[in-house]
Design a protein around this ligand. Structure first.
Ligand code: SAM
Length: 284
């Protein structure tokens, strides 16, 4: 058993097993049992549910999920942790370990259609992973993620506010985002410099119809290219990359019912979808 509730004993365990922590993998263990309990009660998968856990570390959450009878895939990159996970869990029939960088290892498994995806995500790659799921249209399941508080704020930010970004728009286009609770650095070993937040994301019941995903993602990036510029000026370089001129952008904005002088960052997810669909229609 890994001594997950005591930072001191965990440090001894890591040393005894020759495991060193790697900053690039964002390795901060959740050593607070109360916080783990709160997350587990949010997860509570039904028996037989396919669950994916991203970055299990030494398995502090995995053991409890396996007890529920869920079918658990864990995605871990650290070879030292993988060795411990194999020792602890490989005898369990409902456990499967996927080794390597989750950004590379998840796409071949997309047909598993997990009902639940969760994880205390590595800080440096949390947003990239969430964006990857969304951009690759992998949104059929419920997600519960621990992320840096600032990343959570971006996921849920309202149009026109300082945290609103193309990442906010991406999340809110496809998912309902709920910020569930904050977690202090003291809940982790080693202590991170930032606060964390547990966020729940559910596929929106009203999934948007997007006529051309390439155009939609291109527009999302263009909207925030320069925050000081107007919507029209931010769209010009994107339009030029498609061989379209300023008159075309004027017509596009007119068709979409958007004033050219507003800022891109004031558009809601619904506005962005409608703009992208108008662009797709005009390009055809
Ligand atoms: N789940 C454990 C916990 O809560 O104590 C560890 C969480 S720690 C914040 C992040 C975990 O993700 C580490 O185990 C780290 O090795 C793993 N990880 C980091 N980058 C990864 C990647 N690209 N693919 C898979 N796992 C990764």
């Amino acid at each position: 058993m890994v001594p997950y509730n005591s930072p001191k004993q965990l440090a001894v365990f890591l040393a005894q097993h020759g495991l060193s922590l790697k900053k690039r993998f964002g390795q901060n263990f959740l050593v607070n049992a109360d916080v783990r309990g709160r997350i587990l009660s949010l997860l509570s998968p039904a028996r037989g549910t396919r669950v994916w856990e991203i970055g299990p570390g030494l398995g502090c959450m995995s053991a409890a999920i396996l007890e529920t009878g869920a079918l658990l895939n864990v995605f871990e990159i650290d070879r030292g942790f993988i060795k411990i996970l194999v020792e602890e869990f490989s005898a369990r029939e409902n456990f499967r370990l996927i080794e390597g960088d989750v950004l590379k290892t998840w796409p071949p498994l997309r047909d598993e259609k997990p009902g639940l995806i969760f994880g205390n995500l590595p800080y440096n790659s949390a947003a990239a992973l969430i964006a990857d799921f969304l951009e690759k249209d992998f949104i059929q399941s419920r997600w519960v993620f621990m992320v840096q508080k600032e990343v959570a704020a971006r996921m849920a930010a309202k149009p026109g506010t300082k945290n609103y970004s193309s990442f906010s728009l991406l999340c809110q286009t496809f998912m309902t985002v709920q910020l569930l609770f904050e977690v202090s650095p003291a809940a982790f070993y080693p202590r991170p410099e930032v606060f964390s937040c547990v966020a729940g994301l559910q596929p929106r019941p009203d999934q948007p119809v997007i006529l051309c995903r390439g155009i939609f993602f291109g527009i999302l990036r263009a909207l925030f290219a320069s925050r000081r510029k107007t919507l029209k000026n931010n769209l010009l370089p994107w339009a030029a990359s498609l061989g379209k001129d300023a008159d075309w952008v004027t017509r596009l904005l007119d068709n979409a019912g958007l004033r050219p002088e507003i800022r891109g960052e004031t558009l809601s997810a619904a506005d962005a979808v409608s703009l992208a669909n108008q662009a797709a229609r005009l390009i055809r």
